[in-house]
Write a protein that binds this ligand. Structure first.
Ligand code: MG
Length: 221
């Protein structure tokens, strides 16, 4: 699906973990706070595409035991790609609207962005609440017709088609593949590069967001 005639507005959809952050924040949360190794089994099943990310994440998050204080401290230590804020400024200077689409969770992402003084950016994510030292996940953005991903990034991308003439996608992993297939332009890092190559998808590879900044600084419009 390509540009819709007459629509000039542009949007850049960014994945969060490993794209905006330097590491996968859920993986390290699981490593440190899971009550057993069940999360590793679920992770392997997901990587081998035996289960979708919704089933995987639901099981993994439910296996975490963490206090509010531990969670706050953990989220406070998450580092962002040093060029993330520059990229946001650059995109906005070119009238490209940044949005975040992620299989992470609302309160985690909000806290991490707040700690780094990132201003308001729309975030489409899963949801989680705390009940004592347990996390209770919810997945309001699952696509029931597919059910593979917890948060269907493809559906969000397609919903932007009515508003935007060009959709840019920036991501790093398997959960970014479906959306990437429908974007007008893809920046790929990590395993998303391999998935794009396997699917014959055109993409611009990047190592970190400096490469993406450089691209937009070089491009005139
Ligand atoms: Mg990611």
């Amino acid at each position: 699906m390509k540009k819709k005639a007459g629509l000039k507005a542009r949007v850049a959809m960014l994945d969060f973990d490993n794209t905006i952050t330097r590491h996968d924040t859920i993986d390290s949360l699981l490593e440190r706070f899971s009550m057993d190794d069940q999360w590793i089994i679920l992770e392997k099943l997901w990587k081998n595409r035996k289960i979708g990310s919704r089933v995987c994440l639901e099981g993994q998050i439910k296996g975490i035991r963490i206090t509010r204080r531990e969670l706050k401290r953990y989220l406070g230590g998450i580092k962002l790609d040093p060029y993330f804020k520059k990229l946001i400024r650059l995109l906005r200077s070119k009238k490209i609207r940044p949005v975040i689409v992620t299989d992470n969770f609302d309160i985690f992402v909000a806290e991490i962005l707040r700690r780094h003084n990132v201003g308001r950016i729309p975030v489409y994510s899963n949801k989680v609440s705390m009940v004592q030292n347990r996390l209770v996940p919810r997945f309001p953005l699952t696509n029931k017709e597919c059910g593979t991903c917890a948060n269907c990034k493809k559906r969000k991308l397609l919903s932007h088609r009515t508003k935007y003439g060009k959709i840019i996608y920036i991501g790093d992993g398997l959960s970014d593949l479906c959306a990437s297939k429908h974007a007008d332009m893809v920046f790929a890092k990590g395993s998303l590069i391999r998935h794009c190559l396997e699917e014959g998808l055109e993409h611009v590879p990047f190592k970190n967001l400096k490469d993406v900044c450089d691209y937009f600084e070089r491009s005139g419009s």
